[in-house]
Design a protein around this ligand. Sequence first.
Ligand code: PHE
Length: 462
Amino acid sequence: MTSRGGFSDKFGFIAAAAGSAVGLGSIWKFPFEVGNNGGAAFVLVYILCCFVLCFPVMVAEVAIGRKTQKNAVGAFDVLGFKSWRIIGVLGIISGVIILSFYNVVSGWAFGYFIEILKGNFEIGNHFSEFTADITYNSFYSLFFMFMTAYIVSRGVSAGIEKATKIMMPALFIMLISLAAYALTLDYAWEGVKFYLIPDFSKITMPVIYSALGQAFFSLSLGMGALITYGSYVSKENNIIESPVIIILATVGVALIAGLMMFPFVAYNSSGDMTNIPSGPSLIFVTLPKVFESFGAILGIVVGGFFFLLLSFAALTSTVSLLEVPVAYIVDEYKTNRTATVWVTAMLIFLVGIPSMLSAGASDFFTNFITYPNASKATDFLSFVDDVANDTFLPLGGFLISVFTAYFWKKHNLSAEISSGNSSYAGSWVETLLNFAISYICPTILGILFVLTVLNRFFGIVI
Ligand code: PHE
């Protein structure tokens, strides 16, 4: 354990990093992205992105963090490449943007927990009124930011590890049970077909951009969160094995969440998958109806637990998002950790106010921007979500792969990975990883980044 604090063991890191990864991204966002992007084809591209493009970047991030024992910005100074701090700076900006809106959605999840406890299953039909209610929402977001700040202020291992080790398995069990139940419902097969049988004609370029953004977002990648967490990992840890477990856990949760959602959606719509609720409201509209059908007591218990576990999964992610700027400020400016945590958290809460207003409370933020070629306006929350996920994170991933392969250099990456993994040097894993980080990731991520920007913000489709 270093003086900066560190994870107590291998499972501590895996638990915390998987806690960061598994969150609203897998349970709230993944199903609606699947819905928006044509179903199973998206799922397939998402899985490919996770393993082919994200895995090498994840190993590189963790290796950079562990090598330098520094935050996302300082790490590049320690390696002797001051100008590459830009990766960390971009990462901090992405982290602040993501946390600002993520915290708002986390507040919804927590608010739903309270409503379901009160037996208010009707809330699913009143989602837009719920999100437009600024009093409730600001209260829940503020509460959520407080919880996040409290955990981060207690430090990485004390605050993050313990809680994750209990709640993550509970979440898994909950999702698997709900998915098993969903599969027994009428029309379940219609949902499963939509979700799992790919129609390859639906793999268009915009689907690929969204899948890539979703892969980075769900794995907490491309913004230095894993450089930061990597800096708390001990030299004995195997940093090839841990990322594999983290990716499997995240993709596993996302896949199970989908397997639960689509049969429910199909059940609610009597098998009609042409006009399913889409966008951020999906789980919030669909699930309360399902819980209601369990009857009052069981509905409250299962529904309450579900939203509690969802809030918890969100909390282990908000914690990692806040940790990135905090580690930077504390490392570089030697400030007091507790004070830094609270001030940063409150500033990010303020940055989140427009997102909070964008779900009905303010017309300006609700209809914030109309993308070229789009028929309806996009709200502010979805807009910042798009900017951060589909552009900043893949850009971060691109820069990390270029930096690692051509500046830090592959032999340094190999040397770092070899610590804790004595059979790595000379193995086929090394050959593959080096190939991916030098050629596959830079080329594909670079091209996709340019195409995404052209498509999303300039309406140019290639
Ligand atoms: N991976 C988290 C989720 O899916 C979100 C996140 C993104 C967390 C980036 C940290 C960094 O919910």
